[in-house]
Write a protein that binds this ligand. Structure first.
Ligand code: SF4
Length: 71
């Protein structure tokens, strides 16, 4: 499981991530990026990694939730 965040100061709303990870990212009626699911897992997480790699301004951050072995 991981949390997805966008650096809104960098995002240029190209929409590229919506074509790669359409379950997670979408475009709003104002043609601006919308994060549909800020917490992802499984295949959606894989797609977000692909989208982050393709984002032209490196605006997608992925924070993987690590569960401590003793916690
Ligand atoms: S690919 Fe990057 S710049 Fe384009 S909409 Fe997604 S986060 Fe924004």
């Amino acid at each position: 499981m991981a949390d997805v965040t966008i650096d809104w100061d960098r995002c240029i709303h190209s929409g590229m991530c919506t074509t790669i990870a359409g379950n997670v990212f979408g475009m709003g009626p104002d043609a601006r990026l919308v994060v549909l699911h800020p917490t992802v897992t499984g295949a959606d997480l894989d797609s977000v990694h692909d989208a982050a790699a393709c984002c032209p301004v490196d605006a997608i951050a992925i924070a993987v939730d690590v569960v401590a072995a003793d916690g």
